[in-house]
Design a protein around this ligand. Structure first.
Ligand code: ATP
Length: 248
């Protein structure tokens, strides 16, 4: 993929928290409808990269391109308007509001938020087809849902912003295997609708299965990238833990 055909790309992206440099020269890209996994140990810089893409962390304009335009350092609401939505770690739903009301917040913002996409791909009906439980529980306070169901609301809320790119931070965190399977089963359907997805994922096997390509990070750098089905376990172990490590 050439950078010009990428939906989003970064070139030599550095990011800092004050004096602390967290990312070093990140070259990353994702095409429309592609699923890309981002793996790496705790502190590798995965969340920092998502924050740099979504405008939560200031970076230079030409370090991030969306649709070929330099957008680094844009405010988060501008990035949503361009077509980028995030499912944050911890979900951050509106407690005290029903499932439907949580979703309608995104629908109400969508005319502006959807300006980056050509059509309203995601509707409540389509979302209910993806996650039928959200229809059954539509009037229920969101805090009474299970963790997995809340994750579905968080994904739904992001999709109703009509993103061309969805950034997901640790969808599987704290969820039971069956629920994780149910949530990840939706990933191909979302991508088939033309929405590209970045999956930050601690579970390497899951990340490989769910993605077309993956990037591995270590200490703020990309240490490996390639097609998920072609990369070998040993390569991932070296990239994940550093040279000299052998996977048991
Ligand atoms: P995890 O899986 O634990 O979330 P991660 O790969 O997402 O890890 P980051 O959270 O991006 O890693 O952290 C990358 C580096 O930046 C770490 O050294 C971390 O301590 C540091 N860091 C993260 N957030 C901040 C912050 N707000 N202020 C200062 N340093 C931070």
């Amino acid at each position: 993929m050439s950078p010009s055909s990428a939906l989003l790309s970064t070139q030599a992206l550095d990011a800092r928290y004050g004096d602390f440099q967290a990312l070093f020269g990140i070259d990353f890209e994702i095409a429309a409808g592609e699923v890309v996994a981002l793996i790496g140990a705790n502190g590798a810089g995965k969340s920092t990269l998502l924050k740099s893409l979504s405008g939560l962390l200031p970076v230079s304009a030409d370090m991030v391109r969306f649709n070929g335009q330099p957008v680094g350092g844009s405010a988060p609401h501008q990035m949503v308007r361009r077509g980028l939505a995030m499912v944050p770690e911890g979900r951050r739903l509106f407690t005290g509001m029903s499932v439907d009301d949580n979703l309608r917040v995104a629908i109400d913002q969508a005319p502006a938020a959807g300006a980056g996409s050509s059509a309203r791909t995601w509707t409540l009906e389509r979302l209910h087809a993806l996650f039928p439980i959200l229809k059954t529980k539509r009037r229920v306070p969101v805090e009474s849902l299970s963790g997995g169901q809340q994750q579905m609301v968080a994904i739904g809320r992001a999709l109703l912003c009509q993103p061309r790119l969805l950034l997901c931070d640790e969808l599987s965190l704290g969820l039971a295997p069956l629920v994780i399977r149910e949530i990840y089963a939706a990933v191909p359907d979302i991508a088939a609708a033309g929405t590209a997805i970045v999956l930050v994922e601690q579970d390497v096997a899951l990340a490989r299965r769910a993605s077309h390509r993956l990037y591995c990070m270590l200490e703020g750098r990309i240490t490996l990238t390639g097609r998920s089905s072609e990369i070998e376990r040993g390569e991932i172990a070296r990239a994940y833990f550093g040279a000299g490590h052998a996977m048991a």
